[in-house]
Design a binder for this molecule. Structure first.
Ligand code: SAH
Length: 339
């Protein structure tokens, strides 16, 4: 039986038109599925019994049920969800005052091979479909009994290598018939895929863009992130500049600080030179150790020093509290089935 949640809003309207549903039926059904998050057709109380019976004969309603849930003292919860084909993905819920953010995965595993990231060790398994992405948000909200206010595409995978599905997910997350989360509360994070950054620039939703920069020279960046061999800093920054000009929005740069590798005074000074004329925010992320890695986290003092060098030139610098690190829910710690 077909999963009715696999249809986009547009597809559901087309189905409705073909089957001569009344015009508003598709909207009602979509809203029940994605805004109310019902688990059965019987809960769709404004539809006639006969109409519900018809739907029930043709479709089922899928939803993700976590196989594992881990909570940490800092109000961060990590969920592991089995997918239909048995593969697993992880999502993280982070509470910060009034902000309730879901960090979603866009792929099972990842193809980029960043040396400091646990997800890279899984290798790439497959892309997620748009509804598997949105369903993570819905399932987390359902489990937490709290509606998410923000979404970050910062879980497993490279969103811009699965852009069509991510774009469709954003439409539903933002839709008045879907999760109704404002575009400005949605952040797409990329390791730096120029073509993808162009696509986000052309995308008619005001989502935020974050770029995982992590180094200030091609030599160091290529060592940490092999994707930099294909798209070196020059190409990355010409895409970033295009994005800024086109959208007039600021870009967030994420910078994972690794002791002795990219956290030296010279790195901070080079970062100032690179970012000075780009409207941006900088998010410093102290490296979260992953098993068997050669890298060491920076001392708190060195993180503060780094921030202090940037601050006079780049005042929008923040240090990301390492949330959920103790339950392996921190940045770069999402990975399943690693032995
Ligand atoms: N592929 C996308 C989405 C993943 S976001 C991207 O690279 O942006 C995950 C973020 O966590 C990235 O900014 C990455 O640089 C950071 N990260 C990865 N491993 C980490 C680790 N071990 N400690 C801290 N941050 C890490």
């Amino acid at each position: 039986m077909t999963d009715i949640k696999s249809f986009t809003f547009e597809e559901l309207k087309e189905i409705g038109a073909k089957l001569s549903w009344e015009k508003y039926r598709a909207q009602q059904v979509f809203l029940w599925l994605w805004q109310k998050g019902v688990n059965s057709f019987d809960e769709m109380t404004n539809l006639s019994k006969e109409f519900r019976d018809r739907l029930r004969k043709e479709y089922h309603i899928s939803h993700l049920v976590p196989e594992r849930r881990r909570e940490s003292a800092d109000q961060t919860t990590k969920f592991t969800f089995p997918l239909k084909d048995g593969l697993l993905v992880e999502s993280v819920f982070i509470i910060d005052q009034n902000r309730r953010t879901v960090c979603v995965s866009t792929q099972v595993g990842c193809s980029l091979g960043c040396r400091f990231c646990a997800t890279a060790r899984m290798g790439f398994k497959r892309n997620l479909a748009w509804y598997e992405i949105v369903e993570q948000i819905q399932a987390v909200g359902r489990e937490m009994k709290l509606a998410p206010t923000n979404v970050v595409f910062m879980g497993m995978g490279e969103p811009l290598f699965n852009w069509q599905e991510v774009a469709e997910a954003i439409r539903t997350i933002n839709s008045n018939y879907g999760l109704k989360i404002g575009a400005r509360r949605i952040t797409v994070s990329t390791a730096g895929i120029p073509e993808g950054i162009h696509q986000v620039a052309e995308f008619p939703y005001q989502v935020r863009l974050a770029v995982s920069l992590n180094a200030t020279t091609d030599a160091v960046r290529s060592r940490l992130m092999p994707i930099n061999n294909r798209y070196p800093l020059k190409r990355l920054f010409s895409a970033v500049r295009y994005y800024v000009e086109k959208t007039k929005r600021r870009v967030t740069f994420e910078y994972v600080l690794i002791d002795g590798v990219n956290n030296l005074r010279e790195d901070a000074l080079r970062l100032v030179t690179i970012l000075r004329d780009i409207p941006c925010k900088i998010n410093l992320i102290p490296y979260n150790p992953i098993p068997g890695s050669e890298f060491k986290p920076p001392t708190l003092r060195s993180v503060e020093n780094f921030a202090h060098i940037l601050y006079p030139y780049l005042p929008a610098v923040t240090i990301r509290q390492s949330r959920g690190a103790r339950i392996s829910a921190g940045c770069g710690q999402l990975a399943v089935n690693l032995s």
